[in-house]
Design a protein around this ligand. Structure first.
Ligand code: SAM
Length: 255
């Protein structure tokens, strides 16, 4: 499934909002949407939708799938600082590319992350950072092995894997069933994909689905085990009637 020999092969890519990302040869895909911009995409598709619902919570556990360049984790800290929130945050993030994590101290992040320099250096060295407000734990390994072993539940899950076409094992029905077992009853999952197969897999795993529309960016999705107020609900029964051939991806097709 994965091609380890290509894992180290990546090229820097400047995105539309001026922030840098990488292009992965292994997945034949950039880490972020070129058009949406790396920082902008992270804020608009993950941090704003999650914090629209969770900003008042005093403690937050966040599952960031997968760490990559860490934009979602770092943009979470950036947002909390900018909005002067006092939330205590524990982020857990699987990532199987150890070489990438070790290289992060040298990555050219946007100036918004300047205040995170020490944190990035420590994470790059130890895969771990902790202070009074923030804990970040990068779990080096395959997410499909790491996730079922986690014995805690999360308030927020950022589902930000490479696309279903290029990394199907992080979008199957069985995978989302694992996420369903890891999310709190009132937790929220954010994802950029609104593909029918992803909606089906989330629906079959007991998630309710909602459309999120950020500014000047394509629609993304929020999922939760609970009904969320003030968001546009996706009526999956109606979707299934209109598109009876839509189906979720299954592990057995890709293993
Ligand atoms: C789209 S990128 C993550 C984007 C991330 N939010 C960022 O800011 O860079 C996907 C990441 O998933 C990692 N990955 C892919 N499959 C994985 C797996 N099965 N287990 C752990 N990490 C995986 C890749 O190495 C890559 O770093």
């Amino acid at each position: 499934m994965y091609n380890r020999s290509l894992r180290g092969s990546k090229k820097p890519l400047l995105t539309e909002d001026g922030s840098m990302t990488l292009f992965s040869a292994e997945f034949n895909e950039p880490y972020h949407s070129d058009r949406d911009g790396a920082l902008n995409e992270s804020l608009q598709k993950h941090i704003y939708p999650a914090f629209q619902i969770k900003s008042k919570q005093k403690t937050l556990t966040i599952l960031d799938i997968c760490f990559g360049l860490g934009y979602n984790s770092f943009a979470t800290l950036y947002y909390i600082k900018k909005e002067n929130l006092s939330s205590k945050v524990h982020i857990i993030s699987p990532e199987f590319d150890k070489g990438l994590i070790e290289s992060l101290a040298d990555f050219e992040y946007p100036k918004e992350f300047d205040f995170l320099k020490n944190i990035i250096a420590e994470l790059s060295q130890n895969s771990y950072y902790q202070d009074e407000q923030f804990t970040i734990e990068i779990l080096i390994g395959d997410a499909r092995e790491v996730l079922p072993r986690l014995n805690r539940r999360f308030d927020i899950i950022y589902q930000d894997a490479f696309s279903p076409a290029n990394n199907p094992l992080l979008w199957t029905r069985e995978y989302f069933a694992t996420l369903a077992s890891l999310i709190k009853k009132d937790g929220v999952l954010t994802t950029y994909s609104i593909a029918a197969s992803v909606r089906m897999a989330l629906d079959e795993s007991g998630f309710k689905l909602f459309i999120y529309k950020g500014k000047k960016i394509r629609e993304s999705m929020i999922a939760s085990p609970s009904m969320l107020q003030e968001l546009k609900f996706i009526d999956m029964e109606l979707k299934k009637e209109r598109n009876p051939t839509a189906r979720s991806m299954r592990d057995k097709e890709y293993l």
